[in-house]
Design a protein around this ligand. Sequence first.
Ligand SMILES: Cc1cc2nc3c(=O)[nH]c(=O)nc-3n(C[C@H](O)[C@H](O)[C@H](O)COP(=O)(O)OP(=O)(O)OC[C@H]3O[C@@H](n4cnc5c(N)ncnc54)[C@H](O)[C@@H]3O)c2cc1C
Length: 419
Amino acid sequence: MTNSQTPSVRIIGKPGSSVAYTIRDFLHRSDVPFEWIEVHDDQQAREHAGVEGIKDSRLPVCIFPDGTRLECPTIRQITEKLGWFRDPSRSEYDLAIYGAGPAGLSAAVYGASEGLKTVVIEKFTVGGQAGSSSKIENYLGFPKGISGNELAERAREQAAKFGAEILLARAGVRAEFQVGKGVGYLADGTKIIARAAICATGVAYRRLDLPNEDALAGAGVYYGAGASEASLCWNDDVYVIGGGNSAGQAAMYFSRFARNVTVIIRGGSLKATLSNYLVDRITSSPNITVLAFTQVTALLGDPILESITLTNVKTGEERTVSTRWLFVCIGGDPRTQWAQDIGIMRDEAGYLMTGPDLMDHSKPPANWPLDRMPYYLETNVPGMFAAGDVRHGSVKRCASAVGEGAMAVTFIHRYLASG
Ligand SMILES: Cc1cc2nc3c(=O)[nH]c(=O)nc-3n(C[C@H](O)[C@H](O)[C@H](O)COP(=O)(O)OP(=O)(O)OC[C@H]3O[C@@H](n4cnc5c(N)ncnc54)[C@H](O)[C@@H]3O)c2cc1C
């Protein structure tokens, strides 16, 4: 898509703009250099963005290296401007993959390189959760670690080299299956027809379910590691909620920029939930504090986060601390209602059931129509596979998502060969 030599996109907007945050997040994950120019009053808004004032609804304004100006653009408009928005080139594919995280991109590389006409549909940009990680250190072959956006960009390039089509800023919303053919409906009305499909839609970040949360999302409250925001936290106090590896990585990354980083966990220690290498680094970082037995119970501020209330889960004691930065890294939930609507089996949490997990006393489910048993990553609809975090029982790691994407393609060859 781009490289470090590409001139920057300038984004000019006011503090706490959730639209501006989404654009920064998109460009960061897509490995496109950008410059964020924050305007605080009417004069600055006029001078830098050419709008009437700080309340002008045309903010944020994006100015591209060729001088093109987009006012309060959608991600689709940005994708179009970058030349990445495309329509499907075929009326029918061998393989449609939903989601361009590690599982989907891996399936795209194997599918396309093994001769399948492959299309990938991605609702945001490549990389998925991994794309938001500042540094993945346990992925094989990268002893010094690699940032999620670089890993994603390399994978995208590899998939594209083998001929996979990647449709960005398009979400799958509904599906139908006929014998030997699946039809996916995208949010913009596009129809994707394919002989086999892989659902690799991962999980969506879990929220805190607090009042005010929607209004403050992107305006002080961020989900995932928020790598695009780190340099903006310079000398500020940052709070990270969560005890898993994503929270640990985020804390380490922010500690390079922030004055203090506080990691908030409900349990007593990070040791049970975090990889050893991260526990060691966090404990030895002078500007990271771990706040155990604590929960965030209120978000205060309008229109930008100003403070949060911390409650001790053992004693009930409450205190309010000032901050403009709260990063929520408490895992995610699959969004698979569409699957339930067409009879694809899910577990109680909404993860898709596949292969051996579908069996009951060695028998396939009652609605399984074939004589053979479902393949390992196949759902109870023949030809519809699931890979990565969205799959029931999957290991929530990049390497396993990549492995499952590759495996799913092997089973798809068998499925397609059997007619
Ligand atoms: C901050 C962070 C750091 C992490 N660090 C590590 C690490 O160091 N090592 C490690 O092994 N693992 C790490 N993980 C976990 C790892 O990133 C995930 O296990 C992995 O990304 C799962 O890959 P996936 O492809 O299954 O799903 P995801 O990565 O969740 O990708 C799913 C993709 O599907 C897209 N999508 C969703 N719905 C739709 C739809 N309806 N239509 C089209 N597209 C859709 C999403 O936009 C997304 O791009 C980290 C996770 C996070 C959040």
